[in-house]
Design a protein around this ligand. Structure first.
Ligand SMILES: *Cc1c(COP(=O)(O)O)cnc(C)c1O
Length: 435
């Protein structure tokens, strides 16, 4: 398969698209043509990694990474993804729990797949240096995925004093080749610093700089897999086609849902659920796309005013990109968490609560007509400071998050300027001090 840029120009093989991240000229790589398969063609009773290999095989065809696909899948898809009924009185709503991986969010799938791919594509004498500016789930997931690898090293940049205690722990507890940098500045300063580094061609070449964010096509494609598995499960057992509700920020996850539907998987309506950030909601209502600065919400992994994957969404045919967008503000998130816990004991994280709220806002007939799968994107423990006061109940960490907490931490202070960053990248990632 070939990958083309949303802005035209030369096509690229998958490996090339992975190493580059973004396409030359500022576009994003997309599959030249999505493969189509009848849902009956997917083998039944495959473990998730097996379904992943079958679903992703056409995208890897003829690429140098093709022989590695089964191993990449078994590495990235090695934890369970339960499809549960949060409220027995409302069995039509299912929660797809994507948070049982090592860092407790769905980012674990895509970042592990990406790091595995980069590691295999790297020249061991000249590894990739992955830069991640993070205030949330991506940094921890990328760091866990990079630990112990030889073909990549990872620099995590996070804003000093702007992340929660657990988040900081999760960003700073990983061994070589991961280094965490506590930047004197806010998240925008971290992001601007990374951008400046990428714009420096000499520095980029010297360290083979690349990014772990969701513009990389190989972070996006694996996110189809568990949505496909859940949809096939519902379709096989009930004979009906489920709808999906996807909490969205940069639209990576939602785009995976649309790709999977276009490929012929049994997926019906797709609802993109956002927090107060209004860009997508406005576009859905008016057809006008007006990116803007983000606003801070309690579902902070989705605080995005200019979704980086919009260009890919816009590139789909009108029927392929048919979605509805539901916008949920902080007050509605809070009352959804409170109310559902009181009625059922089920605990949503703030992002997943947005999906649950979007389901509740559907007309009664639409709710009853089919099964709806809401993506539960993070473990509520990661957002205990927000959720516990609403439920009045302690959240226990999952075993994976408990293991994270047991690790020692280390981080290095960094001033937000390019010479400082170039300095630490040029050193052997000098020794770090405790956080
Ligand atoms: C990243 C993230 C999202 C949003 O995913 P996008 O692909 O950016 O739309 C939602 N919930 C959680 C918990 C996340 O970490």
């Amino acid at each position: 398969m070939k990958f083309v840029s949303t802005r035209g120009g030369q096509s690229a093989a998958l490996s090339e698209a992975i190493c580059r991240g973004g396409a030359p000229g500022g576009g994003l790589y997309i599959p030249e043509k999505l493969p189509r398969l009848d849902p009956h063609d997917y083998a039944t009773d495959l473990p998730l990694a097996g379904l992943a290999a079958q679903l992703l095989e056409p995208f890897f065809a003829q690429d140098s990474l093709a022989p590695d696909l089964p191993a990449l899948c078994s590495e990235a898809f090695d934890f369970p993804v339960p499809l549960v009924i949060p409220d027995p009185a409302r069995p039509a709503l299912r929660a797809l729990e994507l948070f049982h991986g090592p860092t407790g969010a769905f980012k674990d799938f895509g970042t592990r797949f990406l790091m595995g791919a980069l590691d295999r594509l790297a020249d061991r004498d000249h590894p990739f240096t992955v830069l991640v500016a993070t205030s949330g789930d991506t940094g921890g997931a990328a760091a866990q995925a990079a630990e112990g690898r030889k073909g990549v090293r990872l620099a995590v940049l996070y804003p000093r004093g702007r992340v929660s205690a657990f988040q900081e722990h999760q960003l700073t507890c990983w061994a070589d080749p991961v280094r965490a940098f506590r930047v004197d500045g806010d998240f925008d300063a971290c992001q601007a610093l990374v951008k400046t580094a990428f714009n420096d061609e000499a520095l980029t070449r010297q360290h083979r700089l690349t990014s772990a964010n969701s513009i990389n096509i190989v972070r996006l494609l694996p996110q189809m897999v568990y949505l496909a598995e859940a949809a096939l499960k519902v379709w096989r057992t009930s004979g009906t086609i489920p709808g999906l509700i996807i909490p969205s920020g940069n639209l990576g996850h939602a785009l995976a849902a649309l790709y999977a539907r276009t490929m012929g998987l049994p997926i019906g309506p797709v609802i993109v659920a956002t927090n107060s950030n209004a860009t997508l909601h406005e576009w859905n209502r008016t057809g006008i796309y007006r990116p803007r600065p983000s606003v801070a919400t309690i579902a902070n992994a989705m605080d995005i005013g200019a979704p980086s994957n919009f260009e890919r969404l816009d590139h789909l045919e009108a029927d392929e990109r048919a979605i509805s967008v539901e916008r949920v503000d902080d007050a509605a998130i809070r009352s959804r968490i409170r109310e559902d816990f009181a009625r059922t004991g089920y605990v949503w994280c703030p992002h997943s609560a947005i999906a649950a709220e979007a389901w509740h806002r559907l007309p009664e007939a639409a709710r009853e007509q089919r099964v709806w799968i809401a993506a539960a994107t993070a473990h509520p423990y990661k957002f205990a400071d927000i959720v516990e006061p609403l439920t009045g109940s302690k959240i226990a960490p999952s075993p994976a998050l408990q293991a994270v907490l047991a690790r020692p931490v280390r981080a290095q202070a960094l001033t937000p300027d390019l010479p400082a960053l170039a300095g630490v990248l040029g050193s052997r990632f000098s020794p770090s001090s405790p956080v």
